[in-house]
Design a protein around this ligand. Structure first.
Ligand code: SF4
Length: 408
């Protein structure tokens, strides 16, 4: 995807913060036991989308993504209403990719058929593992049987395009358990896979349990072995590694996520949702309760300036106008996540920067450490670099943030 195609295209991310249970490793903006908020929250989402109508007149909607949280946990009639609203208010591409994140326990044939009817054409199923003991450890509300059933139902309903999430680096997970989970996917026609290395995020029960010694994170060497095992296994069965955590069969990449990683614009709707638009990065208040209180039609004044509108009603949590330096760093960070890496020519065209020359010393250091591969056209992470991607991205950040030398 051409990173310069962003000008008149846009994607919508809709945040559904409801989950049947809150998993102890999860640090997303999600909640259990607030089902009574669902009707008013969805009204708020409608109002927020309506607010974008005048601002996005010139824009073409390329993709819609329902994430969370667990969008499959709420009635599909709510999802239908949002899709119809977006289609009625905006110019939408003929066959936009419309993805919905789902929990295996929600995917019965009836629900799946209703998704196809309302225009959902891609699912992302949070399976995480096919081992009952690991699913229990993760605090998930499904088991291996329901995970398999959800895949069978998805295929039976007629979905061709769906992702499953799998996790490695779970405490006590053995290499064999990881191999078994990977082997399961061979039995089904699965075209997309997201594999995440479990991290212990601050504020989660997992983080505290690790600090208290109740959970032990796997050693780096084991993580590396698991990563290399998946690489060998998935490549052998026809998957292409296209982003640090994402694998797909040919031409089955997530269009929506590729738009993020290529630096294109998107609008996040709902509590805590993030947006990137008009050189601004901003996010909504995180609390669904406060979001509902603010997002009332009478609170919205008639100005056409969206930022005035939402700032006035206090829905914005954080807002930042990006400098050229920020946009450049974002591009480097996002493009490094792509397995094809950074195309020097794209960087030159968009920022007038000679990438190999600007980072000459850093690149030579990272090449010597076998963390980066480069030639005249591209710079990309090696396998070793993928495992240390956060540290490498931080090095680029430090380099980009350096003040310019003072000319004397
Ligand atoms: S179901 Fe997903 S979003 Fe919800 S708490 Fe668990 S990991 Fe987080």
């Amino acid at each position: 995807m051409d990173s310069l195609e962003k000008e008149n295209n846009i994607s919508f991310y809709i945040h559904i913060p409801f989950c049947q249970i809150k998993c102890p490793y999860c640090d997303f903006n999600t909640y259990e036991n607030i089902e009574n908020f669902i009707p008013n929250y969805m009204k708020g989402i409608n109002i927020e989308i309506n607010n974008w109508e005048k601002i996005l007149v010139q824009y073409n909607v390329k993709s819609i993504y329902f994430g969370g949280g667990t969008p499959s946990y709420i009635k599909s009639s709510y999802i239908k209403e949002i899709i119809n609203l977006i289609k009625s208010k905006f110019s939408v591409e003929k066959n936009p990719e419309i993805t919905l994140e789902a929990n295996p326990v929600d995917l019965n044939i009836y629900k799946l058929s209703s998704y196809l009817d309302i225009g959902i054409n891609r699912l992302s199923i949070g399976i995480q593992s096919f081992s009952d003991s690991l699913l229990k450890k993760l605090g998930r509300n499904h088991d291996q049987k329901s995970a398999i059933k959800s895949i069978e139902n998805t295929l039976k309903a007629g979905f061709k395009n769906f992702n499953i999430d799998l996790m490695y680096g779970i405490p006590s997970q053995s290499i064999n358990q990881w191999r078994e989970s990977l082997t399961k996917i061979k039995n089904y026609e699965i075209n997309h896979l997201s594999t995440y290395n479990l991290t212990f995020e601050e504020g989660t029960p997992f983080y505290h349990w690790e600090k208290q010694g109740k959970l032990i994170a796997p050693k780096d060497k084991k993580i590396e072995d698991m990563y290399l095992l998946q690489k060998e296994f998935l490549t052998e069965i026809g998957f292409i590694h296209y982003e640090i955590s994402n694998w797909s069969k040919p031409k089955m990449q997530s269009k929506h996520n590729l738009r993020y990683w290529s630096g294109n614009h998107y609008i996040g709707v709902g509590a805590g949702a993030h947006s990137y638009f008009d050189n601004k990065r901003f996010s909504n208040i995180k609390s669904p309760k406060k979001y509902i209180e603010k997002m009332k039609p009478q609170n919205i004044n008639q100005t056409n300036d969206f930022f005035k509108k939402i700032s006035n009603i206090g829905i914005i949590h954080e807002q930042e106008t990006l400098t050229q330096k920020d946009i450049f760093f974002d591009r480097v960070m996002l493009n490094l996540r792509l397995i094809k890496g950074i195309k020097h020519q794209d960087i030159y065209r968009e920022f007038n920067i000679n990438f190999p020359k600007k980072f000459k010393h850093l690149l030579s250091e990272l090449v010597d450490l076998e963390l980066i591969e480069e030639n005249t056209e591209i710079t990309k992470l090696t396998d070793k670099g993928i495992l240390l991607s956060n540290e490498i991205i931080m090095r680029f950040f430090q380099e980009i943030s350096k003040p310019l030398p003072i000319k004397t």
